[in-house]
Every structure is written in C-alpha cells, then in structure tokens.
Design a protein around this ligand. Structure first.
Ligand code: PLP
Length: 474
C-alpha cells in the first residue's frame, strides 16, 4: 500500500504533501487528506512518459491551465471522490470492455478547468471555441485524406450523434436524387459489425435496416454481399473501422470496389459512410498504408469519437463530409437567440466546450508522434494478452490484437469458459464483458479486452498475472 495525498477541496492527488490546491489561490486553504490506495490501481501514468509532445508552429499553445480562477467563494466544494468507486464498482481503468478513455494526460485533465463553464453552443460569446473546433476539423481532414478545399464538418456529443447526422444527410440526398420518398421505403445497408447507433437511426427515422452477414472470425463486412443488398431504395452503405464486438476493420476499399462495380453494371450510385468511431484515431497512426478514408471517392463522410482512441477525457464526436454538397443546406439551422447566427447542423444544443479544447491540445501538442507511440504500445500489450488467451483450448480468438488494439475471443465449444473467465476476473476487480455475438449468435458467446492508451506497465503485468490464474480456473 502506498500513501497518496488527496486534496479534500479539488481532488488533486500527489505522492507527497503539502501541495497547492487547484481551487484556491492560497496553499493554506488546501486541506490535504492522506489516503491509502491498494497496490493494484495505477498511481502514475508511466506508459505515457515516452509520449513526446510536439509543439506545433501552426498552433498557439493552449491557455495556461495551471492557475484557474478562484472558485472558493462558490459554496462547499464537492466531496473529493463522492465515494466512488465502492466495492461494487469496477475502477474504470480495470473495465476491459470499454473503448472510452480511462486515463488522460495530466495536462488534458488540467485543461478541463479552463473551459469548465463554457457552453460550446454560445459561439458569439466564445469565438475561440469555434476556432479550436475548426482547427480540429482541418487536422482530422488531413489525417483522413480529405482532398482539400473547405472541410465541411462539425463536432458532436459523440459518434452516435455523428452517425445520426451522417445518416440524415444520406437520407436527404437520396430523397433529392430519387425525387422524394413516399413511393419507396428507404433502406440503409450495414455490415454485420455495425454499431447499435445505426439501428437506432433506422428505427427513429423510419428507414429499413439491411444487415449483411459478416465474414468469420472478425465479423467484418463482405463487400460482395454488401453490394448485393443495395437497390434503388438504398440511401447508403456503412463500413465500420473497428467494430465494437471484435475490434476488426471492415475492408472499406473492398466495399468501395464492389459498389463501383455495381454502379458500372447498373448505374446505381451508393454512397459510403465510414464509422471510424475508434479506428479514425488508430489507423492513421499505426496503419498509414491502409486505404479507408476520403482517398476513396465513394466515401462521402467519416465520423470518430474523441473520447475513445482520440484520448480526450470527456465525450466528443467528429463528423466530416467530403464537400458542401454532401451536407444539404436544408439540414443547417440557426436559432436567433443562441449561438452566432451561423446556421449549423446538430441534434443537441448545449454541451461542454472542454473536450474540443482537449482534442485541440492533443492533436497539436501530442501530435502524430505521440499518438503513434501510445498506440504502438497498446498493440504490444494486446499481443501479450492474445498470446495468453490463445493457450486455452476452450477459447478461439476472433481478433488477436489486429486492427484496433483489442483481443476478442469466443467459447469454442459452448462450454461456458468465457463466462467462467469473466467471473474469475470480476473477483479480481476486472470487468471482462460477455455477450452473444450479435453478428452471428450461432458462433457462441464472446468476450473482449480493449487496451486503451495510457495502460500503465504495472497494471498490464497485473492483468497478465490475473488472466493466467483465471484461465487456469476456467
Ligand atoms: C463503431 C462505433 N460506432 C459508434 C459508437 C457510438 O459512439 P459514442 O459512444 O461516441 O456515441 C461506438 C461506440 O463504441 C462504436 O464503437
């Protein structure tokens, strides 16, 4: 057990005391509390230390985050931890199923204070937010091979909102192309690994969902089958760069090729959206040779989540279209009493500006080199986990850490080994999700281990030891 000092006012954690409270200008006002932490949760971000921050001449340094305004006059400070996690909760860093950031760089956390009170929708009042958002979109455009010219895009609450907006633009463009709906019910063609948000779109907006069986073992899209499911009522096809169940990528270039051939044969032009919620922040850094983005002319829009491999600590989604024509003007809307009067696309209004600032910092200062080395480390860790799981005769790997740094596996003989493994890991305070493979329930029960950036080396060693023990018992 190592002592750690936690400030009762601002929750800042340090290995030694005293230290300056984040919320008070006066160090004396900081009421440091000593906490004992169990030996297993990480207290350092050791694996981040090699991540070189790249100063970018094109970008201004982020606002100074270390001296936030004095908020001590605002009543009682919140309790340092609100009692979380309790014995029933899994500490977030031990949640192996999640794709969402559970460690952020200390600077990223510190930036949270700068925009804590800033609503991203108040663009007239905070033009800086609009500038930072624009610069993020331009950088993402470069990463995703946008052909240049004006980058048309927006930030959102997450990939779900981005997916809804992308699909709405496909729907509106299809209605215009075909002379308005009414006579035909539109459909959206999805690979087997498409995320649930696409099914939600179909349900909410009255669009038929055509799910195409995937290719075993990664349940990735079969390009020929995708094109075979398209017809005149198809508003578009969705390819997923990193499906949530297995972590494998759909062959986007193959899907585009099959749809090109379909257009050559029938004249039917089916646009493609790439749901790169996770892969949009992985592929450009560790698989630069892969062709999946705007370099493929049929790809009309791409989305990604900042709070997954984009490494922000709070939720933000990003959506880019190829050109202005892909985002019909009629979906742009302004409300006179909010914002800067510039028509914009979105499903919600109020949200925090913090993740936009965090993303801007990460893209400009952690930069290409930082993302590449953090993700290369994730892949190495995933390979070590895969090597261990591969030794169990009752398990077969769906993904040994290829594509996303995810190891997914299934019960080879329906003998309950995945459930037993998950239960044994839970006793050690690790969460390993167990789920029937939506893509193909006949292939049994699956589980996954997602290695996220910042997974500290000591925690990885503990994970490998606990997995080895749990596998023996399973
Ligand atoms: C491929 C894919 N699309 C969409 C989503 C939804 O993302 P969000 O949670 O950012 O709304 C996820 C979430 O895991 C995902 O993996």
């Amino acid at each position: 057990m190592r002592p750690i000092f936690v400030c009762a006012s601002c929750a800042r954690r340090r290995a030694s005391a005293p230290f300056r409270c984040r919320l008070s200008a006066k160090p004396a006002a900081c009421r440091n509390e000593r906490h004992e932490v169990p030996s297993h949760p990480p207290t350092t971000l050791s694996s981040w230390e090699h991540v070189r921050r790249e100063p970018s001449p094109a970008m201004k340094p982020p606002p100074k985050a270390t001296e936030p305004p004095d908020r001590s006059a605002r009543g009682n400070p919140p309790p340092a931890t609100a009692g979380f996690p309790t014995a029933r909760d899994v500490p977030p860093e031990r949640n192996l199923g999640s794709y969402t950031t559970t460690w952020a760089l200390p600077e990223v956390h510190a930036l949270s204070m700068v925009f804590a009170d800033v609503n991203a929708v108040n663009r007239a009042e905070y033009p800086t937010v609009a500038t930072l958002e624009r610069e993020c979109l331009v950088r993402l455009g470069r990463l995703w091979s946008h052909p240049g010219g004006t980058v048309v895009g927006c930030s959102t609450t997450g990939s779900t909102e981005a997916a809804m907006l992308a699909a709405l633009t496909l729907l509106r463009r299809w209605e215009t192309r075909t002379g308005k709906a009414g006579r035909m019910r539109p459909n959206l063609v999805l690979g087997a690994g498409a995320h649930a948000c696409w099914y939600r779109f179909c349900r909410y907006w009255g669009v038929d969902c055509r799910t195409v069986p995937g290719t075993f073992p990664g349940f990735t899209a079969d390009p020929g089958a995708i094109s075979a499911h398209c017809d005149r009522a198809t508003i578009g096809a969705v390819a997923t760069l990193g499906n949530s169940e297995t972590g494998r990528y759909d062959p986007v270039a193959g899907v585009v090729e099959a749809l090109d051939a379909l257009e050559g044969r029938t004249g039917l032009a089916v646009p493609v959206h790439v749901d790169a919620a996770s892969g949009g922040f992985v592929a450009p850094f560790v698989q630069p040779e892969l062709s999946w983005g705007f370099e493929l002319p049929r790809v009309r829009s791409v989305n990604a989540s900042g709070h997954k491999f984009g490494m922000t600590s709070l939720g933000v989604g990003w959506l880019l279209w190829r050109g202005a024509g892909d985002c019909p003007d009629e979906l742009l809307h302004s409300a006179a009493y909010i914002g800067d009067g510039v028509p914009a696309i979105g499903l919600s209004f109020s949200r925090s500006a913090t993740p936009i600032l965090q993303q801007h910092y990460l893209l400009s200062h952690v930069g290409h080199h930082g993302y590449s080395s953090a993700l290369a480390e994730c892949r190495q860790a995933a390979e070590a986990v895969a090597a261990l799981l591969a030794r169990h005769p009752g398990l077969s790997l769906l993904n040994p850490g290829l594509d996303l740094p995810v190891v997914s596996f299934r019960d080879r003989r329906a003998s309950g080994v995945v459930q037993r493994l998950s239960a044994a890991m839970r006793l050690r305070r690790w969460a390993v999700p167990v789920y029937p493979l939506l893509a193909d329930p006949e292939h049994g029960t699956a589980g996954r281990v997602v290695i996220r950036p910042g997974f500290p080396a000591p925690l990885l060693r503990e994970l490998l030891t606990d997995l080895a023990t749990a596998l023996e018992a399973a």
